[in-house]
Design a protein around this ligand. Structure first.
Ligand SMILES: *Cc1c(COP(=O)(O)O)cnc(C)c1O
Length: 361
């Protein structure tokens, strides 16, 4: 099977983990500090707080911004469920805005109509590695005095007008889960330029502990370990190379698939560096599920990200959500992602495009 993702782990990561294990300091220490510094500077941001996952990073971001009960947070329904769940954890209410059908990202023209006096923040998701329209979105947040959180869990190293995703929000959140553009196995990070938010997030991930056994605020154990950070430090050195390979693979598919009339190729926003966390097609002949089955039977690990809008998931339906957002629903019906990761060989790429071309539509 050609997998939809494949962690790129080699000697450097293995040696780095061995060194940490041999050192005896296997929980949070120097390696986490180093990874926080390296990753935040890579993104052009002053402070990084490593976390146990992308999900905990998102929750910590909202908590640090004092978002909770009676507040509303505007976001997209076309994402991994963690984007909305983190809002629920705080007691606040996710309010879903529709997506732009070309980029799959939140439509900046549909944000303002969702703003009420309860709205406190916007969480944008750079889905599949494609940056959102940050210029417009930042202007809206500024105009209405809303906090901006970037869910950059799929967009390590992506760029909007030459600036890295994760460098626009009051806080931005990354995941280093095994399938992401770089990994620490599980792990995440919050970035911010604001010193007070940085301090608060450091407390939040460590039981609000300022000095030993002096707990200032209600916190969590959301810490990353040095074992994970050691992997992250090595992965970060390779991030540009990994992303270049993803972009090259995407270019290969664009070339091979461009004449298939029932397929719509991924759009790349002008002025953006799309890092192809996923290479996602729209299938226009109503045979998406048949096509998925065909690819899987041919040992190509295609997947649907995401088959159901977050607000239509059983958990959200039970919470009383009963909304329709047409672009989100249509995307859920039409999208399919094919392997694009840096571990693909020339033969893999040839096989994938050949099988797609041969599909009897
Ligand atoms: C992966 C992901 C998350 C959650 O990250 P975890 O590390 O799995 O908790 C959140 N949002 C998006 C868009 C993601 O892709």
């Amino acid at each position: 099977m050609i997998g939809i993702s494949k962690p790129q782990i080699s000697e450097e990561e293995i040696n780095a983990v061995r060194d940490v294990l041999n050192s005896g300091n296997i929980v949070q220490g120097e390696k986490v500090r180093e990874f926080e510094n390296n990753f935040s500077s890579y993104c052009g941001i002053k402070h990084g707080v490593a976390t146990s996952s992308g999900t905990s990073a998102l929750e910590v971001a909202l908590r640090a911004l004092d978002i909770g009960k009676y507040d509303e947070v505007i976001t997209t329904g076309f994402s991994f469920i963690a984007t909305a769940n983190c809002i629920m954890y705080t007691g606040a209410t996710p309010v879903f805005a529709d997506i732009d059908s070309r980029t799959f990202n939140i439509d900046s023209d549909k944000i303002e109509e969702k703003i009420t006096e309860k709205t406190k923040a916007v969480i944008v998701v750079h889905l599949y590695g494609q940056p959102c329209e940050m210029g417009k979105i930042m202007a809206i947040c500024k105009k209405h005095n809303l906090k901006l959180i970037e869910d950059a869990c799929q967009a390590h190293g992506a760029e909007y007008k030459g600036r890295k995703t994760g460098s626009f929000g009051d806080i931005s959140c990354f995941s280093f889960y095994a399938t992401k553009n770089i990994t620490t196995s599980e792990g995440g990070m919050c970035l911010t330029n604001e010193e007070d938010l940085h301090k608060k997030m450091k407390l939040l991930i460590n039981h609000g502990m300022d000095q030993q056994y002096k707990h200032e605020i209600l916190g969590y154990n959301y810490r990353m370990t040095d074992i994970q950070a050691a992997i992250g430090i090595e992965q970060l050195k390779k991030l540009n190379k990994f992303n270049e390979k993803r972009i090259k693979n995407a270019g290969f598919f664009n070339e091979k698939l461009r004449d298939i009339e029932w397929v719509s190729l991924p759009f790349v926003s002008p002025g953006c560096r799309h890092v192809f966390h996923q290479y996602t097609l729209r299938i226009l002949n109503n045979k998406r599920d048949q096509f998925l089955k065909y690819l899987n039977e041919n040992h190509i690990g295609a997947r649907i990200y995401y088959p159901v809008p977050i607000f239509k998931q059983p958990v959200y339906k039970k919470l009383g959500y009963n909304i329709e957002l047409s672009n989100t629903e249509k995307a859920c019906e039409e999208v399919i992602s094919i392997p694009v990761h840096p571990g693909l060989t020339k033969e893999d790429l040839e096989k994938i495009s050949k099988k797609i071309t041969e599909f009897k539509s």
